[in-house]
Design a protein around this ligand. Structure first.
Ligand code: GRG
Length: 303
């Protein structure tokens, strides 16, 4: 039994104080685009469409919650949060392209390639990814050089061939094909989990040294929980509620937790993972309350 209880409601209240500063930092990060590019191409508008139009900001909030636990400065955490959301937006823009998931709806709006064309969407994703790295080395991030290098290492490892891009490569290679449960877990751990784990770790890297092992266990369980929840939602909610095309995984015959376990067992698995998240946080005591609430918020999305 964990000493912490999570509350989705408490998370909403905590997150609400951060939402406006996160959006402001994203807008500020996007402002660094050359005039010639602005005047002669829709690239900036395509980037803004991909990153500014809603989104739960889970990765940003995860970094803030872990960073707060480690007493990291808020200003640095907001820059890290913006970098993470730029990377996440890049991944969604590319994931929606016709050569990948071929989706037309994201966050309740036309996807970036539908609104701006495939070439601009591809470039917007590329530019957002580069923007993220530029933010982490910029002078406005007031962190020691060693911390910046650690942040770059964490992010680059999480999103490259051994992280998000690798997971996506396995995914697109297995549409309509079988994956064992273990292979599917590896794919999701890379595709979705790696960036979420990096978000928590990067928040912590901006603050005081704490033992990171419990945080890594929590991050691993939360990444898994997030993916199982996404699969349950995909199988049980409408496109209108989700703001993206529902039922796509089943339609594309993709390996999912719902397909592997069935809807009821997938829901029960979310509860097990939630309890695992809480248990992992025990060594941090009450300092970890926002992380416990984050796990409750993620688990609660299926109710
Ligand atoms: C193109 C290299 C590359 C990777 C794409 C992120 C990703 C990898 C694919 C997205 C496919 C998908 C729906 C994965 C399930 C989990 C997930 C990342 C959902 C979307 O994230 P949310 O729910 O979205 O945090 P919002 O819109 O709230 O930001």
């Amino acid at each position: 039994m964990s000493i912490l209880e999570g509350s989705a409601q408490a998370f909403e209240a905590w997150a609400n104080q951060w939402r406006a500063p996160i959006e402001a930092r994203l807008l500020q990060g996007l402002s660094d685009v050359d005039r010639a590019v602005l005047e002669c191409s829709p690239l900036h508008a395509a980037m803004a469409h991909g990153v500014l139009n809603g989104g739960k900001r889970v990765r940003a909030l995860a970094a803030l919650a872990a960073g707060q636990m480690c007493a990291a400065p808020a200003d640095a955490l907001l820059t890290v949060a913006a970098a993470l959301e730029f990377v996440h937006a890049y991944s969604l823009i590319h994931d929606d392209l016709p050569c990948m998931d071929d989706d037309v709806l994201r966050r309740g709006l036309p996807t970036v390639h539908v609104a701006f064309g495939e070439a601009q969407a591809l470039l917007a994703g590329d530019a957002l990814q580069t923007h993220a790295f530029a933010l982490l080395v910029s002078d406005t991030l007031l962190m020691p050089a060693a911390t910046k290098i650690a942040l770059l290492q964490t992010l680059s490892h999480a999103i490259g061939a051994n992280g998000m891009a690798g997971g996506q490569a396995i995914d697109v290679q297995h549409v309509g094909l079988e994956l064992s449960l273990e292979q599917m877990q590896t794919m999701h751990s890379l595709k979705t989990g790696a960036l979420l784990r990096a978000s928590l770790l990067m928040g912590a890297q901006c603050g005081a040294a704490l033992s990171l092992e419990p945080l890594q266990t929590y991050a691993q369980q939360l990444g898994l929980l997030f993916q199982v929840v996404d699969d349950v939602l995909d199988a049980s909610q409408s496109s209108h509620v989700l703001g993206k095309t529902a039922g796509k995984d089943a339609a594309a015959n993709k390996p999912t937790y719902v397909r592997a376990l069935g809807l009821n067992d997938a829901r029960a698995y979310v509860q097990t993972l939630y309890q695992n998240c809480l248990s992992a946080l025990t060594p941090y005591g009450v300092r970890a309350q926002p992380l416990a609430d984050l796990a409750a918020y993620c688990a609660n999305r299926i109710h």
